[in-house]
Design a protein around this ligand. Structure first.
Ligand code: NAD
Length: 358
């Protein structure tokens, strides 16, 4: 199948591929939409087995960023960069400098930030050659680690879902968290402070021990988290946690967490709905991190300092949007992920039409 016929390419404005022989850089920058503003999305470094797989990932992730940014009501479109390589062995300053030149060649239609395998320190090298880098540290506009803001959004989203599904507050509610890294760890602290009971798992035993100790949580093995007697299941590890095998084991009435791509596929999302489980669409509830990054882009553009109050306003609005998704799902008797996709598409198309008419 050619690139233009590929379902992953559909709707994309542009895809750029760059190489740099000296540093070994091979990168793809996918720009899904600039209808709402410049495309924004992180850069992932991964040892893809082929350029086709890297391209597919870039396209899938850039479209997801368009939806996420639209639901967070940001004046940003969706884009993503992938660097083909092993982040443990192939990172060099020269590689990220070359990446910075690649980003600059897209002329401000794409803003980059960190994602899997890429750190703020790596991006400092890229920043030498382009201004279109966010997620840095140590300057007035810098937004710092986005994870606490992501966790705050997920916490508020869980609170809302529990109210809707169980008609109670978080006190005494049992939440099973899969993955207690950056987002899951902060989330555990917030839920503990709100009086929730926690069941935690992680493949990293040391991190798990630390978080469990400070939150008084029960610990289970990674495989047992799906059988945990909990009212809420919060996936905060990798994608695909909710699939046909795990769904039948879950006792939770609410699925709401920070991980991206929680549903293995759309059919699982429909089955979640048929079972009467309330699912908070992942790219809505976990939008706090990109809101934080958007705060940095906004500050850099205006030559101002980072403004936490702006982030808070956007975060509150995000949780209202989640409420609107849940309302429409109930009124129209449709799965929440379908409603969210429809709203996101309408926001992107509406902005594109407005731009075309201007
Ligand atoms: P992280 O790497 O800090 O934490 C993930 C944790 O999950 C790690 O501790 C890891 O050991 C654990 N884990 C991996 N596989 C597991 C498994 N099978 N069972 C149990 N634990 C497992 O990453 P993070 O920044 O906390 O992000 C977590 C998820 O949230 C990811 O899907 C990420 O894409 C998504 N997300 C993160 C942010 C953010 O601000 N960091 C924003 C939006 C979405």
């Amino acid at each position: 199948m050619s690139l233009f016929d590929s379902p992953a390419f559909e709707g994309h404005e542009a895809v750029h591929a760059f190489t740099d022989e000296k540093s070994g850089l091979k990168t793809i920058i996918a720009v899904h939409s600039t209808a709402r503003g410049p495309a924004a999305g992180g850069c992932r470094m991964w040892p893809y087995a082929s350029a086709d797989l890297a391209l597919d990932d870039a396209l899938r992730l850039s479209r997801a960023m368009s939806y996420k940014n639209a639901m967070a009501d940001l004046e940003l479109g969706g884009g993503k960069a992938v660097i083909i390589g092993d982040s443990r062995t192939q990172k060099t300053p020269a590689l990220f400098e070359a990446f910075g030149r690649a980003v600059d060649a897209v002329c401000g239609k794409y803003w980059t930030a960190e994602d899997v395998g890429v750190s703020p320190a790596d991006l400092t090298h890229a920043r030498r050659h382009t201004r279109y880098v966010a997620g840095l540290e140590g300057h007035a506009a810098a937004s710092g680690d986005p994870s606490p803001v992501t966790a705050e959004g997920v916490f508020r989203g869980i609170e809302l879902c529990v109210k809707r599904a169980l008609n109670r507050d978080l006190s005494g509610v049992t939440v099973a968290i899969q993955g207690v890294g950056h987002v899951g760890g902060f989330l555990a602290d917030k839920l503990h402070a709100a009086g929730a009971k926690l069941i935690l798992t992680d493949v990293n035993e040391e991190v798990l021990r630390q978080v469990a100790q400070r939150t008084g949580a029960k610990v289970v093995s990674p495989g047992a988290i799906f059988d945990a007697p909990a009212e809420v299941f919060a996936p905060c590890a990798l994608g695909g946690a909710v699939n046909s095998e795990t769904l039948v084991r879950l006792q939770a009435r609410v699925i709401a967490g920070g991980a991206n791509n929680q549903l293995a596929d759309a059919e699982v999302g429909r089955e979640v709905f048929r079972r009467g489980v309330l699912y908070a669409p992942d790219y809505v509830i976990n939008g706090g991190g990109i809101i934080n990054v958007a705060g940095e882009i906004r500050a850099l553009d205006a030559g101002e300092a980072f403004d936490p109050a702006w982030v808070e306003t956007k975060l509150s609005r995000l949780i209202e949007t989640l409420g609107e998704v849940l309302d429409r799902s109930r009124q129209e008797n449709r799965p929440t992920h379908e409603v969210a996709n429809e709203i996101a598409r309408a926001r992107i198309t509406g902005a594109a039409e407005k731009k075309a008419a201007a």
